[in-house]
Design a protein around this ligand. Structure first.
Ligand SMILES: Cc1cc2nc3c(=O)[nH]c(=O)nc-3n(C[C@H](O)[C@H](O)[C@H](O)COP(=O)(O)O)c2cc1C
Length: 179
C-alpha cells in the first residue's frame, strides 16, 4: 500500500507528530510505503471558488503553489491519513485550506480506497472531536472511502506528555494493521 499522510499540525515534535510517526513505524513494519506531508512546510493557498480547474483541460489551478505536488502524490496513493490538532473544534486552518483545494475534478482520478484519522486535543471532553468526526464521516461517505481507524487523543495539555503514550501505541497498532 502507498499511504499519504497530511499532517496539519504546525508544531514539530508535538502530539500530532507523535501519532503520525508511530503510525508510520507500524505501517512500515507491515511493508507499506508512507509519505508524510507536514502541511505547514508547504505553500498552499486557499481555494477561491473560481471553478477554473473544472473548465480547463488539465484541471490545473491558476494558483502557482505546492498544491500540484500534493495532488501528484495523491494520484499514486492507495490510502490517505488525515492528522490534525483540534483548533477550535475543527482541524487546523492550514489542513482545511489544503483539503478545500481538492475541490478539483482531478480528485475523481484518485485510486484512494482507505482513510484514517489521527487527532489530538487538550480537552478531555470526547465531544471535542465531534465536528471533525462529522466532517470526516461525510467525506468518507461522499468519496466512498473505507474508514480503517480513528485515533482521537484527548487530554493532551502538554507537548508530548505522558497522556499521549497510550495513543501512540494505538497509532502504531493501526499502522501495523494496514496491509
Ligand atoms: C489555536 C489553537 C486552538 C485550539 N483549540 C482547541 C480546542 O478547541 N479544543 C481542544 O481541546 N484543544 C484545543 N487546542 C489544543 C490542541 O488541540 C492540543 O494541544 C494539541 O494536542 C496540539 O497538537 P500539536 O502538539 O500537534 O500541536 C488548541 C490549540 C491551539 C494552538
Amino acid at each position: 500500500m502507498e499511504i499519504v499522510v497530511l499532517n496539519g499540525s504546525p508544531r514539530r515534535g508535538g502530539n500530532t507528530d507523535a501519532l503520525v510517526m508511530s503510525f508510520m513505524h507500524g505501517a512500515f513494519e507491515s511493508g507499506n510505503a508512507v509519505i508524510i506531508n507536514n502541511v505547514t512546510d508547504f505553500e498552499v493557498r486557499p481555494c477561491v471558488g473560481c471553478n477554473r480547474c473544472f473548465k480547463s483541460d488539465e484541471h490545473l489551478c491558476w494558483q502557482d503553489d505546492h498544491m500540484q505536488f500534493i495532488i501528484n502524490q495523491l494520484r499514486c496513493a492507495d490510502m490517505l491519513v488525515i492528522a490534525s490538532p483540534v483548533y477550535f473544534y475543527s482541524i487546523s486552518a492550514q489542513l482545511k485550506a489544503l483539503i478545500d483545494r481538492l475541490h478539483n475534478p482531478v480528485r475523481d482520478t484518485f485510486k484512494i480506497k482507505q482513510i484514517a484519522l489521527l487527532c489530538t486535543a487538550a480537552s478531555s471532553n470526547p465531544r471535542a472531536f465531534d465536528a471533525i468526526k462529522t466532517q470526516y464521516e461525510l467525506l468518507c461517505e461522499y468519496f466512498k472511502l473505507e474508514d480503517v481507524g480513528q485515533i482521537l487523543a484527548g487530554g493532551q495539555k502538554e507537548k508530548r506528555g505522558e497522556a499521549i503514550r497510550p495513543y501512540v501505541e494505538l497509532a502504531y497498532r493501526l499502522g501495523k494493521s494496514i496491509r
